[in-house]
Design a binder for this molecule. Structure first.
Ligand SMILES: CSC[C@H]1O[C@@H](n2cnc3c(O)ncnc32)[C@H](O)[C@@H]1O
Ligand SMILES: [Zn+2]
Length: 440
């Protein structure tokens, strides 16, 4: 049988629970989907490939899913470091956003983010930012999968003047994007401290009606929880529960402040958590008790957050930080083992976004969202266990090839859909503008 693509690899790590690591196997891809997984000699016998990629020092893993980003904030990378969340937001980021964020900012910042993400093996990102129609346009243009947040916040911005306008524009955008194969549109109310009950209740109704997830920063810092409790007598989670938001369609980002009882209560709602270890470390926000959450049965995925608080969009690094921090915080070296960290960065992300029938593992019938990681350099030698190298030793420079829905977006480290010299030129212009403003 004639097929579009055969990828031969030294190891293939499907990531589905109970699956084994295959040695010297081939992944067979046709019409954008994985149609077979066979020993290499059998595959060559059964299929004729339009394209054959031989990756004999590589492992194939499912594309990494970055479940929480603010993509165009790459343009603010390194502009305000070493600050806690509220000072960082109120004194630096929000004033810069008020002044600079518009269509061109989001287009160029998103392109930079997409280039960085593809080069690091990310095939899907879940975004929350102003001008989401531009983020969606750039994601489709460059061939990457994306959750495009239908944002809501009580503050005016260049995109919308009030929470009603955010929702109205969000719904119109959902209508325009709902047949795009690479795009989903979760609601994305910013955080409990920036959005009032009325728009949150509307979001709950609309999310139910349209069957969309809700993606929100929750319990990011102690300050957030203490302030809300002082003002209202409730924690942010209690308030969200009372408003009916906590459900299997809810994606809570950060969750660094959780008591044992809150972990059990949240597990009962079926909600997901997106753990952003590096952003939490850099802003000194706290630690999500990941091992406890996983033990309680919560689906925990991974995100980088924006490049202004991380300061990169490197999901391999995030995976390693999650594994190390999971052990450190629980005091248990066996907590968050390598396979769990890889599942958090892939399949758990797909589950949180409600796209696990399409992607998240190298499973027959799913989209061919595939990443190849090379092991021949000194940094990953000698090689005993490919999974150990991926989580604990490899860097994103070892990502050689990336496919989304069978389309190759990175080919031997070269981006196929983004012109890097044009991108560098555009980013240079933003650097001059923002640097001059920051140093006024
Ligand atoms: C409504 S668009 C998103 C909004 O979120 C801001 N933001 C970026 N990182 C964080 C974070 O870690 N916690 C809270 N808010 C964050 C971003 O600057 C935009 O204003
Ligand atoms: Zn965030």
């Amino acid at each position: 049988m004639q097929v579009d693509l055969i990828i031969e690899a030294r190891w293939i790590i499907p990531v589905e629970p109970e699956s084994v690591i295959h040695e010297n196997h081939s992944l067979i891809v046709n019409d954008g989907k994985i149609i077979d997984l066979l020993p290499q000699h059998t595959a060559r016998h059964q299929y004729q490939a339009h394209t054959l990629r031989e990756l004999h020092n590589h492992a194939l893993i499912p594309g990494l899913i970055n479940c929480h980003t603010h993509a165009s904030m790459t343009l603010l990378r390194g502009i305000a470091d070493d600050l806690p969340l509220m000072e960082w937001l109120q004194k630096h980021i929000w004033p810069l956003e008020q002044k600079w964020v518009g269509e061109a900012f989001v287009r160029d910042g998103t392109d930079l983010a997409i280039a960085e993400m593809i080069r690091g093996g990310t095939t899907c990102f879940n975004d929350m930012y102003f001008f989401p129609e531009i983020t969606a346009h750039q994601a489709i243009k460059h061939g990457i999968r994306a959750g495009i947040g239908l944002i809501a916040i009580d503050f005016p911005s260049a995109w919308a003047e009030d929470s009603d306008a955010y929702l109205e524009k969000g719904l119109a955008l959902h209508e325009r994007l709902r047949h795009e194969p690479l795009i989903t549109t979760p609601f994305a109310p910013h955080a409990p401290y920036t959005i009032s009950d009325e728009p949150l209740s509307k979001i709950r109704m609309l999310a139910d009606e349209l069957d969309l997830p809700v993606h929100m920063h929750v319990h990011e810092t102690r300050h957030e929880v203490d302030e809300q409790r002082q003002k209202t007598g409730q924690t942010p989670l209690q308030r969200l529960d009372e408003l009916g938001l906590l459900s299997p369609a809810f994606i809570a980002v950060h969750m660094t402040q959780l008591s044992d009882a809150e972990i059990d209560d949240y597990a009962r709602t079926g909600g997901h958590i997106v753990h952003c270890p590096e952003s939490n470390l850099k802003l000194a926000s706290g630690f999500c008790p990941v091992a406890q959450c996983l033990n309680a049965g919560i689906n925990v995925a991974l995100g980088t957050d924006g490049a202004a608080s991380n300061n990169d969009l490197d999901m391999l690094a995030e995976m390693r930080s999650a594994a190390l921090l999971g052990k450190g915080v629980s005091g248990d070296a066996s907590a968050v083992p390598a396979m769990t960290a890889l599942q958090m960065a892939t399949l758990n992300g797909a589950k949180a976004l409600g796209i696990d029938q399409q992607t998240g593992s190298l499973t027959i019938g799913k989209a061919a969202d595939v990443v190849a990681i090379e092991f021949s350099e000194v940094e990953t030698q000698p090689l005993y266990h490919p999974l150990s190298q991926i989580v604990y030793s490899a860097s994103r420079n070892q990502v050689t090839d990336v496919w989304v829905g069978g389309r190759q977006l990175l080919k031997q480290r070269q981006l196929t859909t983004i012109n890097l010299s044009d991108l560098h030129e555009r980013i240079g212009i933003w650097r001059e503008r923002l640097y001059a403003d920051d140093n006024k």
